[in-house]
Design a protein around this ligand. Structure first.
Ligand SMILES: Cc1ncc(COP(=O)(O)O)c(C=O)c1O
Length: 476
């Protein structure tokens, strides 16, 4: 890469820092999630203090920024100005198209022709040539007859559920469904049921129970085409059959699998051979594989999309996707359809299989199935924070994921693979991870020992105090 230094300018952090477990575990995220009291600004202070501890010890996982294009290598900086350079497994650019020349050109052309704003909701003169062109080409690519566009995948997920589900309906969700789906369901009805992750048996039991109890109410089942924190998927063909059997409807959020999964990139539903879409609502986004901000909802039933256009508030009451994003998405879509599209989809899976084998051989646990997301399971949150930080110090940038994004004590690394990553890059990842993981466990164990010693001393002090008190009391 040009213009950037080839090593981290500030090899940082933990080498000079010790982990103080007492400080780090003295309070947690959960405790601060629902503060109460009339001082609405004051009551959030304890959370910010907890956050500060993480930041001071250099173990805050988030808010790092890229200072170069988010390619397979990047130059970046953390919140405190400490910069780093190295391999990048943190950018969600699954097909590495964020730098495609044709999309950059498309963005320029659209800006020159239309300017930079859509200047209105799609219902109020915000639609434009590229907007409707994208709708048509998406229909053809996805094999779905009716499509509407929104400004982000989050809005599409939220908006589809909020628009379609009514207060008396019932929403049955996979326990790990994305935040936009849960928020949409919560905004629509109180009747929400979370079912064990990927378990179609539990799904059927819940749907059957609801259908027997509520023969005339709507039942909407919501799942994802690819769960990004676990890299896994339900059996969608079976799930669709279950929903149909009980006159229920199925929504599949394909935010992560659109473009990269299935023989032609339609998503996991294509890969699994789901062909009956008669009771299915599909939703996806552009941020992962089209490398542009976009959301879309599709359905074979035209009435559903017509209805949502005037009942989905995330569509009606917001600016239409602008010409630049629509034309960028069009250029990317044409890549997805090409032979090169097939090649980059395949390369991601090759990278996955290659790396998984190496990590498994070293005894590490990879969860999920081959896809552009690789989940390296760690468990302990502090070790995960240490690993993520030390990886960065060693020139490999990867996101650590912890509670509340995943369950407590189920922390993990989430690698976003790009087709531009070479096997040599993957070797560097594996070697660095192996070295850094061992180092992190050692730091953690030392911290634990210190912590236990401190606790023992504290207990001895308390016992002494009690004895003293006892003596004083008996003298009196
Ligand atoms: C399942 C799921 N749906 C929707 C979204 C939101 O997508 P977007 O980034 O396009 O808003 C995400 C984000 O990654 C997601 O994981």
């Amino acid at each position: 890469m040009k213009n950037f230094p080839t090593t981290a300018t500030h090899p940082t952090g933990l080498r000079s820092r010790k982990v103080d477990l007492e400080q780090l575990t003295s309070s947690d995220y959960n405790k601060h999630h629902h503060p109460r009291g009339k001082d609405m600004f004051g009551r959030i202070k304890p959370f910010c203090e907890w956050l500060k501890t993480l930041k001071d010890t250099n173990l805050f996982l988030y808010s790092r920024r890229t200072l170069s294009p988010p390619g397979p290598e990047c130059y970046g900086m953390d919140e405190f100005g400490e910069s780093f350079y190295g391999l990048n497994f943190a950018s969600a650019d699954y097909l590495g198209l964020s730098q495609s020349e044709s999309s950059k050109q498309a963005a320029i052309e659209a800006a020159q022709e239309y300017g930079v704003n859509s200047c209105g909701s799609p219902l109020a003169f915000g639609g434009h040539k590229y907007y409707y062109q994208l709708v048509e080409e998406l229909k053809e690519f996805w094999g779905v007859d009716n499509i509407m566009l929104l400004s982000a995948g989050w809005l599409a997920g939220f908006g589809a559920i909020k628009g379609l589900v009514k207060a008396n309906d019932h929403v049955v969700m996979d326990a790990l469904d994305h935040n936009c789906l849960l928020e949409g369901a919560k905004a629509a009805t109180k009747n929400i049921y979370k079912v064990k992750h990927l378990c179609n048996e539990s799904m059927e039991a819940k749907i059957k129970e609801l259908r027997e109890k509520y023969p005339d109410e709507g039942i909407f089942v919501v799942t994802e085409g690819l769960f990004s924190m676990d890299a896994d998927t339900a059996n969608l063909v079976e799930l669709q059959k279950i929903t149909k059997k009980y006159d229920a409807f199925l929504m599949i959020d394909s935010a992560h699998d659109f473009g990269c999964m299935g023989p032609t990139g339609k998503g996991t539903w294509e890969a699994q051979g789901l062909t009956d879409l008669s009771n299915v609502l599909l939703m996806a986004g552009g941020s992962k594989c089209l490398s542009t901000n976009l959301g879309f909802i599709g359905c074979q039933n035209p009435d559903v999309i017509e209805y949502l256009k005037v009942h989905c508030t995330a569509y009606m009451f917001t600016n239409a996707v602008n010409p630049i994003q629509c034309n960028t998405a069009l250029a990317q879509l044409r890549i997805l359809k090409s032979e090169y599209g097939n090649q980059i989809r395949n390369k991601c899976i090759e990278n996955y299989n290659y790396t998984k084998k190496k990590l498994n051989d070293l005894g590490y646990k990879i969860i999920g199935n081959p896809c552009p997301i690789m989940i390296v399971y760690i468990g302990n949150e502090i070790i995960c924070r240490l690993v993520s930080r030390l990886m960065m110090d060693n020139g490999v940038h990867v996101n650590g994921i912890e509670y509340p994004v995943v369950a407590e004590n189920e922390a993990r690394l989430r690698l976003n693979l790009q087709p531009q990553h070479s096997f040599e890059n993957m070797d560097i990842f594996v070697d660095t991870f192996d070295k850094v993981y061992k180092q992190s466990v050692k730091i953690f164990e030392e911290a634990l020992e210190d912590f236990q010693k401190k606790m023992e001393l504290k207990q001895i002090e308390e016992e002494k105090k009690e004895q003293l008190q006892h003596k004083t009391d008996s003298k009196l």
